[in-house]
Design a protein around this ligand. Structure first.
Ligand code: ZN
Length: 255
């Protein structure tokens, strides 16, 4: 009971301090056990609103903050396992609890996601994963609880295999990507905070500090908050470059 009360207190403190916020559950890259799989919960009016991605450790981290609750609405940016590796676990937990979870999935990812979850089922029940997961295919945008949320293809492996999320005037979440100046300069023009993939050194799949400094204007750089990095020691490099960075379980206020 003491532990549960502590969790509830943590949740209430967090939501009172920042009723509209972004709470990263993890900020790490695929190999960072220390920082957790990158996943971000958007909180509105003090309540969990939309979770972005569900990696291997996302449910455990969500439960630690939100008193053993499960996420109810998830947007999937792409199908690498550090971003969807927790879905099978979520299915079993939700199905056994008689709950449903809405999955917003870019339409070009639907076929492959169905293939990945094809054999996910409770053996003794005459049911399948799509009785628990409410699949919501997304084209350019979707409506979530009265707000219009946009998504755009980004630069991470094959074309149309990874997507960003955008609440105009509130926030832009890049998902895993190389720099996308052509996209950000066109769509993120309302002074939104921009959560952006960034490691100390870039590679063909992800952005690095030098990439961002080279590709983005000072206005865009000033609005970035980077995530998807490898270790705590990377933060000193971000600080030297003048880049703001996200930490796990530290709420970032949104408008
Ligand atoms: Zn990825």
């Amino acid at each position: 009971m003491i532990i549960a009360d502590a969790f509830v207190q943590q949740y209430e403190t967090l939501c009172t301090a920042a009723p509209n916020s972004a709470l990263f559950l993890g900020v790490g890259d695929a190999s960072s056990l220390e920082l957790g799989n990158s996943a971000c919960l958007l909180i509105r009016n003090g309540l969990p609103w939309l979770l972005i991605d569900c990696g291997h450790d996302t449910l455990r981290r969500f439960a630690e903050v939100f008193s053993n609750r499960l996420p109810e609405h998830i947007f999937i940016t792409h199908l690498h396992y550090d971003h969807v590796g927790g879905l099978e676990q979520l299915y079993f937990k939700a199905a056994l609890a008689g709950k449903s979870v809405r999955l917003y999935v870019p339409v070009s990812l639907v076929t492959q996601l169905c293939a990945m979850l094809r054999y996910t089922k409770l053996a003794e029940e005459k049911t399948d994963v799509w009785q628990t997961f409410i699949l919501h295919p997304v084209s350019e945008y979707f409506w979530h609880q009265g707000l219009k949320v946009w998504t755009y293809s980004v630069r991470h492996h094959a074309p149309n295999s990874a997507f960003s999320l955008h609440l105009p005037g509130v926030m832009f979440y890049s998902g895993d990507t190389r720099p996308i100046p052509e996209l950000l300069s066109h769509v993120a023009a309302k002074n939104e905070i921009i959560f952006h993939d960034c490691a100390v050194t870039g590679n063909p799949s992800h952005s690095g500090i030098d990439d961002l400094l080279r590709e983005y204007s000072s206005d865009l750089l000033g609005r970035l908050c980077v995530y998807h990095y490898h270790s705590e020691s990377d933060r000193a490099h971000f600080e030297r470059a003048g880049l703001r960075y996200a930490r796990a379980l530290s709420a970032i206020k949104l408008r």
